[in-house]
Structures are given as structure tokens and as C-alpha cells.
Design a binder for this molecule. Sequence first.
Ligand code: HEC
Length: 171
Amino acid sequence: MRKYSYVRSSRIALAKVLLMVGFLGSSHAAVAEDTDAIGPKLTPRLQQLLTDEMRAVKQAMGHIMNGLITGDHAMVGSQAQQIRDSFILKKELTEEDKKNLMAAASPGFVKLDGSFHEMAGMLVQVATEKHSDLQTYYFGRMVEACQECHSQYATNKFPAFGGKQTGGHTH
Ligand code: HEC
């Protein structure tokens, strides 16, 4: 029961974050573009912000793994929270950026980004509860989200995923 209500409230929080970032509102974008890499469609400024964001996410994931293997719940929680709240994009987007981002982001990308941030929110929750098994679980789900999004929308950066896949599973 408690979990379900948490998921609901985290969705609301997530929707707020997405609204701030400007990811919502692109649901009318063409579905046919769903498998295309998003980077080349972004303005140079947005591409730089996304790159900075991704590097920060990667670093945070490293800290989370260190937290997981040492039982450092506070480390896991604080780093997951930073990912959930999107450090850079949220802080630095201008109105112009938001418009450009909405024009480039397809519904599939927005959905993946949403579930990725939702997983980060769940990780914050289970870190607060000092629940190690569930922390490992949600960490794994986040890694899957990295792979799924990169194999569909970042094939320009990560060609090793073998091009346009829809399943997100690489083996
Ligand atoms: C919703 C989509 C999405 C998710 C989820 C996602 N990424 Fe990315 N990531 C991208 C895109 C798109 C690019 C390529 C941007 C470009 O073309 O420059 C990228 C690029 C990167 C890069 C390369 C940055 C550089 O130096 O150029 C790293 C590192 C990265 N992501 C890490 C992660 C990690 C770690 C996760 C999961 C914890 C993750 N990403 C989850 C979309 C995503």
C-alpha cells in the first residue's frame, strides 16, 4: 500500500520537475522520430548542457555504487537525489532552451527520461529506509535505463549498441 502511494506522489513530484525542465509538452512530436539520436537535433548549447548532465550522472552513479558496496545509505540517497532532481538541465535552461528541447525530444525519449528519474526517486526512498537489497535493485533498473536510452537515442555517441533498437536489451 505504502509503495503505491509513494509511486503516485513521486509521479507528481516528477511531473513538476519535468515541467520545470520543459520536457513535457512534446507529446505531439512525431512518433516516427522515436528511434533517432537526439543529440544532433539539439542546439549546441543544449547538447553541451546534456553532455555535462550525463557526465555528472555518470559520476553520481559511481558514488552510488561505492555507497552500495559499503552500506553508505546517506551517500546512495544524496547522490540519487541529485540525479532525480537533474542537476544541470533544471538549473540552466532558458525559455529558449526549453522550446528547443521540446522540439527535439520525442515522446519515447520523454517517457524514458521520466521513468529514469522515477527510478532515481525510488532509490532515494529505499536509501532513506536503509533497505540495501532494494537499493541494489533500483540501481540495476537505472543502469538498464541508461542502456535503453543510449541504445535508442544516443547511437551517435554509443555506436557499440548496434544502432536502432527498441527493446533496450543488448544480449
Ligand atoms: C532518457 C535518455 C537517457 C538516459 C536515461 C540516460 N542517458 Fe546518458 N545520454 C543520453 C543521450 C541522448 C546522450 C548523447 C548526447 C549527445 O549526443 O551528445 C547521452 C550521453 C551520455 C554520456 C556521454 C557524455 C559525453 O561525454 O559525451 C554519458 C557518460 C552518459 N550519457 C551517462 C549516462 C548514465 C550513467 C545514465 C544512467 C545512469 C544515463 N546516461 C542515462 C540520454 C540518456
